[in-house]
Design a protein. Structure first.
Length: 326
């Protein structure tokens, strides 16, 4: 399963040698409320085909119309603003006060698309620099801490590749669904399971599979603030080994599968080792949001929902209050 921007790039690669002109549309700035953040992308073709999203749908409809009518430029990048006036915002279905600034660039036959995809497959975070006047593109290695989008009237710089990492302990069925869904959310996924029979059944493409012991895997992973570590083996010996190191790391999220009772016992076990109460308090156990999930795919959804929540800095209580206010 691809993340949205990877799907856009793969689509452009598939269109490269076709007769239809094609464009890459990128959100470069937003003002006020906006449906999609800077960096959101859309692949657009002259026959009206489109993959990706830069808004809730109405702007896409207008871009498709412009592509089909021949209004889009083929020799240079174009800068477009939607939603400047209240009338335009209503016309294009933007939220109140929302404004989007887009860059529309022709990409027919562009060799950089294939090179960028190869870099992403190699897990290289890549800076793409577009000169708007000449359509020259330069690709270079980047740091995941860089801004995802930088824009001025002459240059557009975007970052591509997985900027978040997920280490899953256990190669079971829940891990399979979690890995597949996490890839769609821009996670680079690594799975650790020392049990040979579990590794033999693992079949999620574009994930790294480790056979080391969980505590060694966590230490070698060198978790940072863009890393999540989740223990899903159902085996306390393996899960606890990982958690003993994970809870001391810089990972923004550490979770473990199991009931409330089992996780209470797990916290008691962890307290017997060199973990401070604050470190044990970082554990999300039971893992995931409490949405009544029971099946492996439902549990995966609950986990990813909580990852989104933690990454955004929100709490479940805030989300419940916001829902009640609607």
């Amino acid at each position: 399963m691809d993340s949205v921007d990877l799907s856009v790039l793969k689509t452009l690669e598939a269109w490269r040698d076709e007769a239809h002109p094609a464009w890459l549309v990128t959100v470069v700035e937003t003002f006020g409320s906006s449906p999609r953040p800077p960096g959101a992308m859309l692949a657009l073709r002259a026959d009206g085909r489109a993959v990706g999203s830069v808004s809730g749908g109405c702007i896409e409809d207008d871009l498709v119309r412009r592509a089909q009518s021949g209004e889009l430029l083929n020799d240079r990048a174009e800068k477009v603003v939607y939603g400047v006036t209240a009338e335009e915002a209503r016309r294009f279905g933007l939220p109140c006060g929302g404004t989007l600034r887009l860059v529309i660039e022709p990409v027919r036959g562009a060799a950089w698309v294939g090179e960028l995809l190869e870099r992403i497959r190699a897990h290289r975070i890549t800076r793409r620099c577009l000169q708007l006047a000449t359509l020259q593109v330069a690709l270079s290695d980047a740091d995941k801490r860089e801004a995802e989008v930088a824009y001025d009237d002459d240059t557009l710089v975007t970052l591509h590749g997985p900027r978040w990492r997920l280490l899953i302990i256990g190669a079971g069925q829940t891990s399979t669904y979690l890995a597949q869904m996490a890839q769609a959310l821009d996670y680079e996924v690594t799975v650790c399971d020392p049990r040979e029979e579990m590794r033999a059944a693992w079949n999620v493409p574009e994930t790294q599979l480790l056979a080391t012991m969980p505590d060694d895997a966590v230490l070698a992973f060198a978790a940072d603030a863009r890393t999540a570590i989740i223990a899903l083996t159902h085996d306390p010996k393996l899960d606890d080994m990982a958690l003993l190191e994970a809870l001391k790391s810089d990972a923004f999220y550490v979770g473990a599968l199991g009931s409330k009772a089992n996780n209470a016992k797990r916290r008691e076990r962890l307290a017997l080792f060199d973990l401070a109460p604050g470190e044990i308090g970082r554990l999300h156990g039971p893992v995931g949001l409490a949405i009544g999930s029971r099946t492996p795919p439902e549990i995966a959804v609950a986990i990813l929902a909580q990852l989104i929540q933690v990454r955004s800095g929100r709490t479940q209580e805030q989300d419940q209050r916001a829902a009640c206010a609607v």
